[in-house]
Design a protein. Structure first.
Length: 177
């Protein structure tokens, strides 16, 4: 069985310029290491808030690196340079709006400003792309909410089988008939 490839993309002008350390991308990797018991490989990049760069990175991870799952962090707010959702929509074949809806609903339990977040998700060929907020604390909250659906989504796309530590996160897969 081949290792699943998961793209981790931090979208941040300052982190990509080395002004500060990328804690958000590392938080995604840490959470996925807790969730997954199956072998996987991180394809990790830190890039600036530039729509053409985000689009090119997502395309490369999906089409060339064969990442079945691509998780972004950052660029989902209302600031003028926050363009991750636009880049995601531009490269996806179909959108999966339920991911963003659930992440915002979950985040509203913690902060009233969650309604300002524009994260989304979509499908490009054999890849599921999920946008997360940029704050490390929010990453865990949002992944805990949406990850139970991700392994089954990847199954439906004929991707690799994600096995999880069910004491940490329980993926939902329908019972076979």
């Amino acid at each position: 069985m081949t290792k699943a490839k998961i793209g981790i993309v931090t979208v941040s002008d300052r982190a990509s310029a080395g002004i500060y350390e990328d804690l958000s991308g590392k938080a995604i990797i840490a959470v996925l290491n807790e969730y997954l018991t199956s072998e996987w490989e991180a394809v990790y990049e830190v890039i600036p808030d530039e729509q053409d760069v985000i689009e090119a990175t997502l395309i490369k991870m999906a089409d060339e690196k064969n990442c079945s799952l691509i998780v972004t962090t950052g660029g989902t707010g209302p600031a003028k340079r926050d363009v991750t959702p636009e880049a995601t929509e531009a490269v996806c074949d179909r959108m999966m709006p339920g991911f963003g809806e659930l992440m915002r609903a979950e985040s509203l339990k913690f902060v009233p400003t969650a309604i300002l977040s524009r994260q989304t998700a979509g499908l490009r060929a054999d890849s599921l792309i999920v946008n997360l907020p940029g704050k490390p604390k929010s990453i865990r909250e949002c992944l805990d909410a949406v990850f139970p659906a991700i392994p089954y989504c990847i199954d439906l796309m004929d991707g690799p089988f994600f096995e999880c530590d069910e004491s940490v996160i329980k993926p939902f897969r329908p019972k076979s008939k």
